[in-house]
Design a protein around this ligand. Structure first.
Ligand SMILES: *[C@@H]1O[C@H](CO)[C@@H](O)[C@H](O)[C@H]1NC(C)=O
Ligand SMILES: *[C@@H]1O[C@H](CO)[C@@H](O)[C@H](O)[C@H]1NC(C)=O
Ligand SMILES: *[C@@H]1O[C@H](CO)[C@@H](O)[C@H](O)[C@H]1NC(C)=O
Ligand SMILES: *[C@@H]1O[C@H](CO)[C@@H](O)[C@H](O)[C@H]1NC(C)=O
Length: 299
């Protein structure tokens, strides 16, 4: 394995960013205790749903989570979804709204405190959702029915609990619901890679200062060129960057550019994927002579 060389001026900002990441990763154990594809494969009436979980890489995300609930749609419910002719990106958003990042077994579902709750979903967790869209409203209705609706759906609970398919407390629960949740936000057309504006996204997510530096340094072009093939950006928040500003000002132009590019990895890595990866990663600042790689370590 090639040694990781970091020029000394990179250390203050970068080791902070990377060690924060490592601490965060260490808090969540790597787990492959369940396999949603395998669970659903036993139920042919969910084959379409299962197929699209794999196609959108959501299956992998589900498997790497420790506490998760999947609201499964049978083939006829999925056929209504497919009739909407969503792009794969929008379909992924819509399906990720059906993945609750909490554990709801049948029992808990029928005993919700105050009879109603909003729960966070993987759509919300990806940062693609704005505001409260990305939350799902679960409400105990009359006669023991349980209703589900997307929070941004004007209070309509358009789907109800049908049956439990699999429950492995408190790792994964797979529950069938009658039809797909509808959410304007999740179903909105996704920008194609070519009109995906990275600086706008960074600004929205609390990395305005970092976005400004990227544009000032001309590094935005390198980031943008890598979007099509997949890109992961570790963006330092405005406070972190503010504290580092005096040191940053002292760097030469090319040192500044390398430092910024060091925060980009030219492959798509979700937080979940990072948790199940160890080893050396290339960054956008990596080039033959001067290697600015970093190591991901899950503890
Ligand atoms: C739940 O996940 C944990 C952590 O991976 C694992 O140790 C445990 O065996 C799992 N429980 C079941 C019932 O599979
Ligand atoms: C969920 O939706 C129902 C029906 O619109 C509403 O009465 C309830 O207040 C909502 N629950 C929450 C927690 O927002
Ligand atoms: C992204 O948006 C900013 C500000 O709105 C604009 O200056 C920049 O040119 C845009 N970048 C691309 C690649 O469209
Ligand atoms: C920036 O450089 C100046 C001149 O070399 C030096 O006096 C100052 O301490 C440096 N500031 C930081 C924060 O490194």
């Amino acid at each position: 394995m090639k040694p990781v060389r970091q020029p000394p001026w990179l250390l203050p900002a970068v080791s902070l960013g990377v060690s924060l990441l490592v601490l965060f990763l260490a808090a969540v154990p790597v787990t492959h205790a369940h396999d949603i594809t395998h669970i659903l494969a036993k139920h042919p009436q969910f084959s379409t749903f299962n197929h699209y979980l794999t196609l959108t890489h959501l299956a992998r995300e589900i498997n790497s989570r420790l506490t998760i609930t999947v609201l499964a749609l049978d083939n006829s419910a999925m056929s209504a979804v497919l009739d909407k002719h969503l792009s794969v990106g929008s379909l992924k958003n819509l399906l990720s709204l059906h993945i609750l990042v909490d554990y709801f077994g049948t029992k808990k579902l029928h005993q919700i405190g105050d009879g109603t709750t909003l729960t966070s979903t993987m759509f919300q967790a990806t940062g693609a959702a704005v505001g409260t869209s990305g939350y799902v409203n679960i409400t105990n209705l009359k006669g023991g029915k349980v209703g589900f609706g997307a929070e941004d759906n004007g209070g309509t609970l358009d789907s109800v609990f049908v049956k439990s398919i699999a429950e492995i407390p408190y790792n994964i629960s797979v529950l069938q619901i009658s039809k797909a949740l509808s959410s304007a936000e999740a179903e909105a057309p996704m920008p194609g890679p070519s009109d995906f504006n990275l600086t706008t996204i960074l600004r929205k997510q609390g990395c305005e200062a970092f976005a400004n530096l990227i544009v000032e340094s001309g590094g935005d072009k390198t980031f943008e060129e890598n979007i099509e093939g997949g890109l992961t950006v570790f963006c330092p928040g405005d406070t972190t960057l503010g504290a580092f500003a005096p040191k940053y000002k002292n760097l030469t132009k090319s040192q500044k550019l390398s430092l910024l590019l060091y925060h980009g990895v030219p492959v798509y890595q979700s937080m979940q994927m990072l948790r199940s990866n160890n080893g050396l990663m290339n960054t956008l600042a990596t080039n033959g002579a001067n290697k600015y790689d970093f190591t991901v370590q899950n503890c």
